[in-house]
Design a protein around this ligand. Structure first.
Ligand code: ARG
Length: 431
């Protein structure tokens, strides 16, 4: 590694210690290198606006930052262990290409606000993706709820058959869950959508930086005001983003659990398209729902990332190098979380119910609650009606049909009318 920005003359650096300090930091910085470059451009523009750079210097910086971005995208420029981190690499490249203008780019900024601004820009993109995927998932679930609202299936409590339910009711449940997740991601996006650039190392700088310009140029909706809070919020806003993602992956975990049960021979409710299954190396008969299982496992990575960051935040105010460790956690958590959510819309759109199995799983005992409630409507005190239905158990529901049971509970005007129109409207507002 060469050219440490902070190296003092005459003080040797120890290679092993440097390796420990660097860790995989520069490799992680690849993830938001383009955001760091974009923020460097906005910072340079701000410096020119307050007279700290000439117009020609700004032009050179803009040009070389654009070249660096292009070279990084094409692989001509590789961000690697030659540099301490991505921030140093930008300055080194600008200095190499432009001389003094490159040496001026760091005027009034610190790597502490540089990393913050890059992280916020990166997370805004990821949260927008969580929101749009959650909306897409909810949209598929709503369409299927509409199409399958009359398809009976057992409703379970304790994984024991309880009452007659429908595929429509099941889908509508996931639709509402993912609408909530979309709203949560959008709310968290708004929380994170503020510009820390200009707060420098955490205490501002003796320059009249044009923070309004960098805020607008980078597409932030507001300025992060307090430089002390800019640092205090590091880790905390990453945690908030992971919580929003975790809200979706937690739903995904439970949905995957349902599908894992439903695809087993014991339930046999769902047939998964073959591409979502794998085989066994030894058991020729197997078709395993590995995709669903890895989807279910995803929340573990998100929760682990949250825990890691929460543990890091046992710190006094101000910048601490500990905070660097939050980067790997968010990259890993969002990498796994989004990869799983991205597969979900098509998986849900393509899964097939096996209607005969759904119907066969509905037994006459599952009408007992309907029978008791009907007796209560006829004037029998509910507890007496309940006992009578329990005593006659299986025979009580005779003559009843899944359709009749569903109609009484989920049709327009009933207590749990699916009200897909309400969900649709909420989904439209979440966009
Ligand atoms: N890689 C560092 C991080 O993520 C960049 C900031 C370094 N600042 C410092 N004062 N050493 O936190």
């Amino acid at each position: 590694m060469s050219g440490l920005l902070w190296q003092k003359p005459g003080v040797a650096v120890d290679a092993q210690i440097q390796r420990f300090l660097a860790g995989d930091d520069v490799i992680l910085d690849r993830e938001f290198f383009l955001h760091d470059i974009a923020a460097s451009r906005a910072h340079a523009e701000g410096l020119q606006r307050i007279g700290m750079l000439g117009a020609d210097e700004l032009e050179g910086l803009r040009r070389e930052l654009a070249h660096l971005a292009e070279d990084f995208r094409s692989g001509t420029f590789v961000l690697d262990g030659r540099y301490e981190d991505g921030h140093s690499a930008i300055e080194a490249r600008l200095t190499e290409r432009l001389g003094d203008a490159g040496r001026k780019i760091h005027t009034g900024r610190s790597r502490n606000d540089q990393v913050l601004v890059a992280t916020r820009l990166w997370l805004k993109e990821k949260l927008a993706r969580v929101a749009s995927l959650s909306r897409e998932i909810a949209g598929v679930a709503l369409d299927r709820a509409q199409a399958e609202r009359h398809l009976p299936m057992p409703g379970y409590t304790h994984i024991q058959r309880a009452v007659v339910s429908s595929a429509g009711m099941w889908w509508a449940g996931w639709a509402e869950a993912f609408i909530d997740d979309a709203v949560r991601a959008a709310d968290t996006f708004a929380l994170i959508d503020c510009n820390p650039l200009g707060t420098a190392a955490g205490y501002g700088v003796n320059l009249r930086l044009d923070r309004d310009h960098t805020t607008a140029a980078l597409g932030f909706s507001r300025l992060q005001v307090s430089p002390v809070y800019a640092q205090l919020s590091r880790g905390k806003f990453e945690l908030a983003a992971l919580e929003a993602l975790g809200s979706a992956t937690l739903d995904l975990r439970r949905l995957a659990w349902d599908l894992s049960l439903f695809t087993s021979a014991e339930f046999g409710f769902v047939a998964l398209p073959a591409q979502y299954t794998t085989g066994s190396s030894i058991m020729p008969n197997k078709r395993n729902p590995d995709v669903i299982e890895l989807m279910r496992a995803t929340h573990a990575s998100v929760a682990a990332a949250r825990t890691e960051i929460e543990q890091l935040l046992s710190l006094p105010s101000g910048y601490h190098r500990d905070l660097q460790a939050s980067k790997g956690a968010i990259f890993h958590g969002f990498g796994r979380g989004l990869a799983a959510l991205e597969l979900l819309p098509a998986l849900l759109a393509n899964l097939e119910w096996r209607e005969e199995r759904l119907r066969a799983a509905i037994d006459s005992g599952m009408y007992a609650t309907d029978v008791a409630v009907d007796a209560a409507i006829a004037g029998v005190p509910f507890r007496d009606a309940y006992r009578a239905a329990a005593a006659s158990s299986d025979s009580a529901g005779q003559g009843r049909t899944p359709e009749g049971s569903l109609a009484a509970r989920t049709s327009p005007g009933a207590a749990v009318d699916l009200r897909l129109d309400v969900l649709r409207e909420r989904l439209a507002r979440a966009s």
